[in-house]
Design a protein. Structure first.
Length: 175
């Protein structure tokens, strides 16, 4: 409530007690002749102040309970975010290792092509490619493409693993 942000809480309790004091005072005002004429308006204002003070005391209590819940959830979110960062580090390390393995395997295949398939460059003529194309060049290109494919597959699998891990971590927050 906007009024709770502008005014301190003691103001609402003061309004409540002023209404209570005014209501009690009106029972004694009937004994004083010149003040007894204001008894009804004072009672009405006192009842309004009493109701407003009671309502705002409830609003203060409700606001404090919501603020406590928000702090609790913020603490849980902070805890989950720390856990998420730890899992992210583990997954990134896995990705780096897997991609390095894929690159090493691709480099090994390219070395094999350079060493073994080059021997067959002159034996086989490729009719549909340009005349400068050699079998070893094609094998290198295919190997590089497969290496890139496997790197993408590792990244995709790692992303799926990251998503599933994050989903589990943040679903714990709702429990």
């Amino acid at each position: 409530m906007w009024i709770l942000e502008w005014l301190p809480n003691w103001v609402f309790y003061a309004v409540f007690f002023a209404g209570l004091l005014g209501l009690v005072a009106t029972y004694f005002l009937k004994f004083i002749p010149f003040l007894s004429t204001y008894q009804i308006p004072i009672q009405v204002l006192s009842i309004i102040a009493l109701c407003f003070g009671t309502y705002m005391a409830g609003a203060i209590s409700d606001n404090e309970s919501w603020l406590a819940k928000v702090k609790d959830v913020e603490a849980k979110v902070a805890e989950v975010q720390v856990q998420s960062v730890k899992e992210n580090i583990k997954i990134v390390e896995k990705i780096v290792k897997k991609i390095e393995i894929v690159r090493i395997q691709g480099a090994e295949v390219i070395k094999y092509v350079d060493r073994e398939v080059v021997k067959y460059d002159t034996k086989f003529q490729l009719k549909t490619l340009n005349e400068e194309a050699k079998l070893s060049d094609i094998a290198k290109t295919v190997t590089e493409n497969y290496t890139t494919y496997y790197e993408c597959a590792v990244r995709n699998d790692s992303w799926i693993e990251w998503y599933e891990t994050q989903k589990i971590i943040f679903e714990k927050l709702n429990k």
